[in-house]
Ligand binder design. Structure first.
Ligand SMILES: *Cc1c(COP(=O)(O)O)cnc(C)c1O
Length: 673
């Protein structure tokens, strides 16, 4: 719909020079809250990326996309800013270093990256490279991830934490990797892993570094709340933990029990939950040292949250703590647990995935077109049906009311009754419009209205809707508008067709209602005049983006701009660098998008470090066991038959085959133009 703006005419054309600035755009989309310090807007109304945070240097995202397109990288495009990844690592370590200094903690911090968060080779390589100065390690949860971690992590001082279910081969691999000079820690997640570890160690005559995952009683909240508690999938209960210690002692392996691990689920929204868990784990750690285990490491798992909507609340898309609060709580709580018992404070390990990998990648997609109900008044015929005349009259009555503009602000008391009067009129008019529209439908069914007349009736009722919405928008802020009227703008909302598959690129929006910031990359210095949501390319009604961040709430429609003929409208989906790529699927056979790694160059500008081409149609077909050559050959034979029977000309057959062949080599997304 067209948002009512006194500066705009009926058609949304600007009447007078708008006072809307890029700062208004930033505030509308919450950029100043969730974007800091990496994303902002420049005076041209373009999204700006500061890949090194507040250490300087920025890139105009619109210019960047234009130049990448010039290199043949079509949209949708995943842009990975490796500088952001590095900056996140620095911030994480900085926070722990400050906390350790502040609380006089006698241990250190040594983190690992959980590979499951983003297994892409260039991403893991970058993290290992950037994390070298802190001996930053990796966490693997499966054999394939272990292979990645073993081959990429060549720092002998970095930890390689092995979580997840482990068979004999997994355990033996870890033991042998220790002899290779790595530091794999086999974390016991299930009681039945204990005899396997003991048997493998005896056979190889060497032990791995051993960790234990505790099943905490602390109740978590939010989506991953069930990751803890008695029925949690992973971890040892206290009785199991005690018998595990005994078994290791008897096997002569207690000296290798070095780490206590817990993980209370991803995206911890409420810091209070973490504090409870830390206290419980801290106590268990102390008791393990009393039982004779040397210990040395306390691994607090993942869960460090991301403020997707910038609201700093304990709501699902946010968190009520900062990175520094988190580090402070970990350090202070563990110290409080150890100190009274004279236990040496452990090296603190965290497995923060989401918090490290969310910011660095930006998914850019283009809008292919938009559909919305037109709200303009159709021309009147000479002798119009009564129903149409009634609708038209209703529309004119609504339009004739004086606009209630900001003049209300001065004399609020006196205006309260005027406002409720306006609302009453609007409600009445809307009731009339609905009744006449229903009459029109009934008349059409019975054969008294023609199809064009029915079309006019619908158009007139939308025009009423739009006219009412325009009045509503001029009411003083905070006016209590009846529910029925409040939802009117949504009726006129547009559908924007997005060149992407949410199942491939933002699967959590569909699977677990995850919210990501979505906003246009350009025209942020221009007031958006429409409301809309996105429909993706898949033939699935779930393939949509229709939930948007709204300061701790969710809104179903996003403020968007009217599309301009011949001008691209690029959208960015932000903070989606964690989990989305690997969780994405091939629904409707939309494959991976093009991806590119960008780094700020030393002398200004940027460099393209890696280009990762998206899946071609041939590749997604092969993933389903189809043979592209065979498909082509079948169609060639079919076209020969059609040529022979005179249904298809030779030139057309050649054109068809050329299209088929080049489609196989191209990405699965729509080409522009
Ligand atoms: C998934 C997972 C993580 C990562 O969690 P984030 O919330 O992304 O930091 C860490 N540790 C374990 C054991 C996990 O399963």
């Amino acid at each position: 719909m067209v948002l009512a703006d006194p500066r705009r005419s009926e058609t949304g054309v600007r009447l007078s020079d708008s006072a809307w600035t890029a700062a208004d755009g930033a505030s509308l989309y919450g950029l100043d809250r969730w974007g800091d310090p990496y994303f902002s807007v420049n005076a041209r109304g373009h999204m700006l990326v500061q890949p090194r945070g507040d250490r300087g240097g920025s890139l105009d995202l619109v210019e960047l996309v234009r130049e990448l397109q010039g290199r043949g990288l079509s949209l949708p495009l995943l842009i990975r800013f490796d500088d952001i990844l590095e900056d996140r690592l620095e911030r994480l370590h900085g926070a722990f270093e400050r906390a350790i200094a502040q609380y006089g903690y006698a241990g250190r911090y040594q983190g690992v990256f959980p590979v499951k968060c983003n297994q892409q080779r260039h991403v893991v390589e970058q993290l290992v490279e950037s994390g070298r100065r802190w001996h930053f390690g990796l966490e693997a949860g499966s054999k394939a991830e272990l292979l990645i971690a073993l081959s990429l992590l060549d720092d002998p001082d970095a930890l390689l934490i092995c979580n997840g279910y482990k068979d004999r081969r997994f355990i033996e691999t870890a033991i042998l990797a220790r002899q290779l000079g790595r530091q794999p820690v086999v974390v016991i997640e299930q009681a039945d892993e204990v005899p396997r570890i003991i048997a493998a160690s005896h056979e190889l005559g060497a032990a791995p570094l051993i960790g234990i995952r505790a099943k905490l009683a602390t109740r978590s909240t939010g989506r991953w709340g069930s990751s803890v508690g008695e029925r949690a999938k992973f971890g040892l209960s206290v009785p199991q933990l005690l018998s595990c210690v005994e078994a290791l002692r008897q096997a002569g392996l207690l000296a290798d029990l070095r780490l206590l691990h817990f993980h209370i689920g991803s995206q911890i929204n409420d810091i209070a939950v973490l504090k409870d868990a830390l206290q419980e784990a801290g106590r268990i750690y102390v008791e393990l040292t009393r039982l004779g285990a040397p210990m040395g490491y306390l691994d607090v798992g993942g869960g460090l949250g991301i403020d997707y909507d910038g609201s700093r609340t304990a709501s699902a898309a946010s968190k009520n703590y900062s990175l520094q609060n988190y580090a402070n709580d970990v350090v202070a709580t563990v110290r409080e647990c150890c100190e009274p018992h004279g236990v040496t404070p452990p090296t603190l390990v965290s497995e923060s995935g989401r918090a490290l990998a969310s910011h660095f990648s930006v998914l850019v997609f283009n809008v292919l077109g938009a559909a919305s109900l037109t709200g303009s008044e159709p021309e009147a015929a000479v002798e119009e049906a009564l129903i149409l005349r009634n609708l038209r009259e209703t529309l004119h009555t609504i339009e004739a009311w004086p606009a209630r503009g900001s003049e209300h602000d001065s004399s609020q008391g006196a205006d309260a009754s005027a406002v409720s009067g306006v609302l009453e009129h609007l409600q009445e008019a809307w009731n009339d419009a609905l009744k006449f529209r229903d009459d029109a439908l009934a008349a059409f069914r019975l054969g008294y209205l023609s199809l064009p007349e029915r079309g006019k009736a619908e158009q007139l009722s939308w025009a009423c809707c739009r006219a009412i919405a325009r009045h509503l928008a001029t009411l003083p802020p905070g006016t209590a508008v009846p529910e029925e009227l409040r939802t009117l703008p949504a009726v006129l909302a547009g559908t924007y067709y997005a060149n992407l598959s949410v199942f491939r690129s933002a699967p959590d929006t569909w699977a677990i209602d995850q919210l990501f910031p979505v906003l246009p990359l350009q025209r942020l210095n221009e007031q958006p005049t429409r409301l809309g949501s996105f429909a993706d390319l898949t033939c699935d009604s779930d393939g949509k983006l229709a939930r948007f961040i709204d300061r701790g709430q969710v809104k179903p429609l996003l403020e968007l701009h009217e599309l301009r003929q011949g001008e691209p409208y690029w959208m960015g989906l932000f903070l989606a660098g964690a989990y989305q790529e690997v969780m994405g699927n091939l629904h409707n056979l939309f494959g991976s998008t093009n991806a590119v790694h960008i780094r700020l160059a030393a002398g200004g500008g940027y460099q393209v470090d890696h280009v990762v081409r998206g899946d071609t149609n041939a590749e997604v077909l092969q993933a389903m066991e189809h043979d592209p050559d065979l498909l082509l050959e079948r169609l060639r034979v079919a076209s020969e038959v059609a040529i022979a029977s005179g249904r298809l000309g030779i030139g057309d057959a050649r054109r068809l085959m050329a299209h088929l062949r080049s489609s196989l080599e191209q990405t699965t997304y729509l080409e522009e133009g």
